[in-house]
Design a protein around this ligand. Sequence first.
Ligand SMILES: [Zn+2]
Length: 297
Amino acid sequence: MHPLRHVRTIARLALCAGLCAGLGAGCAQIAVLTPARLADTSLARAAATTGWSEATELPRRSEVLAGQLVIRADFPLAEQHRLVRELEALRVDVSQRLDLPVSDEPVHLYLFEDHERYDAFAGRYFPGFPVRRAFFIETDTRLAVFAPWQDRIAEDLRHETTHGYVHAVVPGVPLWLDEGIAEYFELPRGEQGRHADHIAHLAGRLIEGTWRIDIERLESLESAGELSQDHYAESWLWVHWLLHTTPERKRILQDYLADLRRDVKTAPLSARLTHLQGGAVTCNAALRAHLESLSPR
Ligand SMILES: [Zn+2]
């Protein structure tokens, strides 16, 4: 067992209660628990001492190496499986879009054949952890993703594997931005990060008058358990706005990530935007206009 100085766990649940209502029993169970995605770092810390990495319950029937990924599954998994190739290509997409180097640090993916096996493993090694579709953990010794094979496995693995690729080179990425980036890259490649669920969610909140753009509030979030659907959606929107509006904004995000690699205490994104893109009022108006430009008429 390795001593652990740092453990971070990020779990994801269903997108929202509205979506869950239309899905099957497994998802309804999640919807009853909470409409948001949850994680709890203290649980991860406790779990990390139980030696999950040597657990005999981990998937081991097949192993596929794909670039940085070490994928172990309960079932035969072809090296040329479309999803494997897609996750491998994601490494280049993340690196190019965010102007980050690629790392050789392995990202371990554990794919369980069904919810029963996955839930039993998670229940034993991550006890008390809420029901979730998949999760990512970072320890001093390992980047790892756990997921059961299910209908939305591609989206879940794109999301969690993005966490792995980013954490391999920017371990100090702030929580909100970590999620915004993962939400951006969880979409199929051809969609260019355009997250229809988040667009609909935020557009609805704007009409209701129940949501206010506030990047500093996002920056103040410290535990993934604090993140609501609003936070995930707004985080995604900031990332999409930065990457898809002007070259200057894209550069601001890329420079921020580069600076974070050197010093986690570097000036936050909100301060950079104020300095380089006008004050909060100007940025918030531009973000809102961007959301409206993405919303279907
Ligand atoms: Zn996540």
